[in-house]
Design a protein around this ligand. Structure first.
Ligand code: SAM
Length: 410
């Protein structure tokens, strides 16, 4: 059922749905057109704390995440405040019903309501210790986690898969964190994602589920890998899940002709990370999330000589040389992305106990190349001069990048 509402009717609808017995979750996201607000997404859901129903408000901004719990009789004020921010999209799940409220730029409110097919499976109010605020919660039977080989049929994460499970959850949190910022919410079509070096497709399957079924963002994902065997297994898993818009191909990164909005590369080996970055830049992807691993390229060429002589005490030790090469490689990558129009951060996406390869290059496309960043190009040229290297990222980004650098160097 679809209809238009005025703003008071919208307030009433949200208030009733959230306070109702069947309420499961409400996601407020998209542009805000009301009171000033630092949040990019707020998720409200009921939780059971010591036997009493509470409402958990999970606020997310570009810089931080804040969670607050309210009792039934305390929820009115924070809910009113939240509605007052005027998020363009509000998605509510209440029992078997899905309610989608969209507010246009002109303030017109449109509501769509439909019943879920799997009504009978709508989850009951969950105990707080099971509703961990993570994209893929554990603790209950879950076909996806079972088929991925991460959890047992009764929903317990296998000890050997704990690290991968945590990596995937933290990776997806990063995706959620920058999703709106990358303007992926209102494309008016499916979001297209390329997972480079997808391996056994843990991330591919999890991201497909998270976007389509949890965030309700229609998305199609292609996982590519050079290893035929992992692709065969991934296809098998996708078939078992029986979901649409999930594809796998045995391909080398960089040879894939797909206009991706988002590019993932989780532990794509050595220069495969650079190939994934170049693929993202070429297809003008709005978002790149890349977690590099096993850097070998610069390790072979940097040395204490000339301007770097002063670093001899560092570079004479194999492990320090390796780590220095890792840092320089990732610094070149981040800088190249900035030059190519991406706002780029390097963050620790997960604690080192879950993987020592825990640096993520997170890049959101913010401008086109008509406005090159002269300061950043100069930094790049200086860094190259200091280390006397040409990083692989420069080679693989090709003409467009090399011309920019050359023009500034002259
Ligand atoms: C360490 S695994 C990571 C797999 C997966 N992303 C994950 O984190 O679970 C790296 C994968 O990248 C693949 N790979 C390495 N170089 C590649 C390339 N140039 N093109 C496509 N796949 C590549 C490997 O076959 C391997 O499956």
């Amino acid at each position: 059922m679809e209809k238009n509402l005025d703003r008071d009717e919208m307030r009433e609808l949200i208030g009733e749905a959230v306070r109702g017995e069947a309420f499961r979750r409400a996601t407020f996201a998209g542009a805000t057109r009301g009171a000033p607000c630092e949040w990019v997404r707020v998720v409200v859901r009921p939780i059971d704390l010591r036997g009493t129903r509470h409402f958990q408000f999970a606020y997310q901004s570009a810089k931080k995440a804040v969670t607050k719990n309210f009792l039934d009789d305390e929820v009115e004020a924070p809910l009113d405040e939240l509605i007052g921010y005027g998020f363009a999209g509000v998605h509510i799940t209440a029992g078997a019903e899905e309610i989608d409220i969209r507010t246009s730029r002109k303030g017109r409110v449109h509501v769509g309501r439909h019943m879920l097919k799997e009504a009978a499976n709508a989850p009951e109010l969950e105990a707080h210790n099971r509703v961990k605020d993570v994209p893929l919660p554990e603790g209950k039977a879950d076909a996806l986690l079972e088929i991925m080989g991460i959890a047992t049929p009764d929903g317990r994460v296998r000890p050997t898969m704990r690290a991968k499970f945590t990596q995937i959850n933290e990776f997806l949190k990063q995706l959620q964190h920058v999703f709106d910022d990358a303007k992926l919410n209102d494309l008016g079509r499916d979001v297209s994602i390329l997972d480079c070096g997808c391996g056994s497709s843990y991330l591919t399957l999890a991201a497909h589920h998270y976007l389509n079924n949890v965030l309700h963002v229609p998305s199609r994902i292609l996982g590519v890998d050079v290893n035929e065997e992992v692709i065969r297994k991934s296809v098998e898993r996708a078939d078992k899940l029986g979901v649409a818009n999930l594809f796998f191909e045995c391909r080398r990164i960089g040879t894939v002709d797909v206009a991706a909005d988002i590019v993932f590369a989780l532990h794509a080996c050595n220069t495969a990370t650079d190939d994934a970055i170049a693929q993202a830049v070429r297809s003008e992807a709005r978002l790149l999330l890349s977690v590099p691993c096993c850097h070998h390229d610069l390790n072979k060429v940097i040395r204490a000589d000339g301007p770097t002589e002063v670093l001899r005490p560092v570079l004479r030790h194999g492990i320090l040389l390796q780590r220095t090469a890792d840092l320089i490689t990732d610094a070149f990558r981040a800088l190249a992305l900035r030059i190519m129009g991406y706002r780029t951060d390097v963050v620790e996406f997960v604690a080192t106990e879950h993987t020592p390869r825990n640096l993520m290059i997170r890049a959101v496309r913010v401008r086109d190349l008509a406005k090159p960043q002269a300061a950043e190009i100069s930094e790049y040229i200086e860094l190259k001069r200091f280390w006397r290297v040409t990083p692989y990222i420069e080679k693989v980004l090709g003409e467009a990048f090399q011309q920019l650098v050359k023009a500034t160097a002259l």
